[in-house]
Design a binder for this molecule. Structure first.
Ligand SMILES: N[C@@H](CCC(=O)N[C@@H](CS)C(=O)NCC(=O)O)C(=O)O
Length: 240
């Protein structure tokens, strides 16, 4: 049984998609990041970066102590290895998929996140920041588009590389992206979006939370963090 600490965001969707695809047994533990639940000591003990997603595998293959994992890329790798699904064991195909998973967690996710921030949420419109992240977003979509030319999926057959990237392409309109300008991404996006496990994951998300993650009341929680936030979390953990 996998405990999944989850909220309804792209990084959260990656893991529900994998778990639904692989049909692993899991228990969903919502962490409402708009309400500050990511700072609860019990969650910080599993996810020291105060971010979802995180998992606890109550039945690791070793048969020993439960294993906890944070960072969506590490979780996808862990689950792929545990289940033997969506990551080839053939070395060339395996590293091909993994390099695109790393590309997603180090590039596509953070850059599109900054794009969102400056385009949608920043209290002042800063043209330099908006333009910088809009251009980088378009560059990354173009990289993905070139990669998908003549390919059905990002790396060989459907893999954790597709699972990692898909949820970040879902909000393409809010990123200022016209998907028709990236026809290979658009075709891939349609194919992945029709997979029953992907459909189930987004239905599940709608049942867990239908409110926007970023609202007037959650802005300070999400955008007001600093080293003091981490120190407060640490102090709360020590009190426990
Ligand atoms: N690199 C991390 C990023 C995770 C992340 O940014 N999670 C966001 C939701 S998508 C979060 O938990 N935010 C809570 C906060 O900002 O306090 C991963 O890939 O897991």
């Amino acid at each position: 049984m996998i405990d999944l600490y989850y909220w309804t965001t792209p990084n959260g969707h990656k893991i529900t998609i994998f778990l639904e695809e692989a049909q692993l047994e899991y228990k969903l533990l919502p962490v409402n990041i708009s309400a500050g639940q990511q700072f609860e000591p019990s969650f910080l003990a599993i996810s020291p970066n105060n971010r979802i997603p995180a998992i606890v595998d109550r039945r690791p293959a070793s048969g020993q102590e439960p294993i906890s994992v944070f960072e969506s890329g590490a979780i996808l790798l862990y689950l792929a290895e545990k289940s033997g699904r969506f990551l080839s064991i053939e070395p060339r195909e395996r590293i091909d998929a993994l390099q695109w998973v790393f590309w997603q967690v180090a590039g596509l996710g953070p850059m599109l996140g900054q794009n969102h921030h400056f385009l949608q949420y920043a209290p002042e419109k800063i043209p330099y920041a908006i333009d910088r992240y809009a251009a980088e977003t378009k560059r990354l979509y173009a990289v993905l588009d070139r990669r998908l030319e003549g390919r059905s999926f990002i790396a060989g057959s459907y893999s954790i590389a597709d699972v990692a990237c898909y949820p970040w392409v879902v909000p393409h309109a809010r990123q200022g992206i016209a998907l028709e300008l990236y026809p290979n991404v658009a075709r891939w996006f349609d194919t992945v979006g029709q997979r029953p496990a992907v459909v189930r994951s987004y239905e599940l998300a709608a049942r867990v939370n239908s409110a926007p993650v970023v609202s007037a009341s959650s802005r300070e929680i999400l955008f007001g963090q600093s080293d003091a936030t981490v120190r407060r979390g640490e102090a709360a953990q020590h009190k426990q």
